[in-house]
Design a binder for this molecule. Structure first.
Ligand code: MTE
Length: 322
């Protein structure tokens, strides 16, 4: 028997643009407007996908001003890529952020997104629940730049400098109770700003979860910046998580809520397709995904291929957790 399993990047039939509309630029703009994908004002032809966007256009689409004066932060030399850094352009033009688009050119769809001002809460099984805004993050934590490898389950990989602070420092502020076993995280929910959130076949808001031991691992980074600037919208402005030993879908973007719980929470991809997106999702070359062998990976930009390394090469930090 044949099953049709919709892959993460597949749109359902009702969202597929008719070919005739796609080929007519004016109709295409009208169509995009009609489904609320663009506001209609000020987008250049390149951002509408009619020609390749320049880096300046991509930067203008995603740029976030708030927090900029704090950058850059010193790099922590303890972390090294072990290969070449990914060119900034290659990272900013190819991102996964399903709230805005199932394509990789997310920067084309973020113009309605307002990531500032921003607040997120840390609550649940802790003695001191708190809410943080961006000033709190820059004022209360010691931020640094870290050169991390990033590995998506779709087998693309990149090496980028993130700016942030350990999640353990955040949790220390709220003082978890001994009963707290899992850290649940949620992305914002606002279909007026994020067009794909209009479609109810996804279990919005995007959510992820790790164990409290994983969250306390020094590698788990609450991240506010990349390449020496605040995160652009498409990378998960203004604050996301980066967990470099796990597949990228665990590194949740644009966080509004973190909750400490005693039960394993449901998560976005795992609830959509548990056979393909496990809860633990550590980088494991020997464990093939049903659609992608995980034995090798390819770098954004250069397309150079490398053998995948268990835990994405971070075994010294995390192997003792498993
Ligand atoms: N977070 C939210 N809220 N929505 C998403 O679609 N995609 C995930 C993760 N975090 C995603 C998300 C996936 S699949 C990956 S690989 C990484 O973000 C990609 O991070 P990047 O786009 O900044 O490279």
């Amino acid at each position: 028997m044949n099953y049709f399993v919709r892959r993460p990047w597949d749109l359902s039939q009702k969202h597929i643009t008719e070919e005739s509309i796609f080929h007519n630029k004016q109709e295409r703009r009208d169509f995009l407007k009609s489904i609320g994908v663009i506001a209609g004002a000020g987008l250049s032809a390149s951002l509408l996908g009619c020609q390749k966007a320049t880096l300046e256009e991509i930067d203008a689409a995603g740029e976030v001003e708030e927090g900029k004066k704090n950058y850059p932060f010193d790099r922590n030399d303890k972390f090294e890529y072990g290969r070449a850094e990914t060119a900034r352009r290659d990272a900013v033009e190819f991102t996964n952020f399903y709230e805005f688009s199932t394509s990789k050119e997310v920067y084309q769809y973020v113009d309605q997104f307002e990531p500032t001002p921003w607040k997120f809460s840390v609550e649940g099984l802790c003695r001191n629940p708190m809410t943080f805004d961006l000033d709190d993050l820059y004022g209360q934590f010691t931020l640094e730049e870290r050169a991390y490898r990033h590995r998506c389950v779709e087998t693309w990989a990149m090496c980028v400098p993130w700016t942030g602070f350990p999640m353990s420092d955040l949790l220390a502020k709220v003082d978890p109770l001994p009963a707290a076993k899992y850290v649940q995280m949620e992305t914002f929910s606002n279909a007026d700003q994020a067009p794909t959130q209009k479609y109810d076949e996804y279990p919005w808001p995007y959510s992820e979860s790790i164990t409290i031991e994983e969250a306390m691992n020094p590698l788990a980074l609450m991240t506010t910046g990349i390449y020496g600037k605040p995160l652009p919208k498409q990378h998960g402005a203004p604050v996301r998580l980066v967990i470099p030993w796990k597949y990228g879908f665990k590194s949740i973007k644009s966080i509004v809520r973190i909750k400490l719980t005693d039960k394993q929470p449901t998560t976005f991809w795992n609830s959509l397709n548990p056979n393909e997106y496990g809860f633990q999702a550590n980088v494991e070359p020997e464990v093939p995904h049903p659609r992608w062998s995980q034995a090798t990976e390819w770098m954004l930009g250069t397309r150079e291929r490398f053998n995948t390394i268990k835990y994405n090469g971070y075994g010294d930090y995390v192997a003792s957790l498993y």
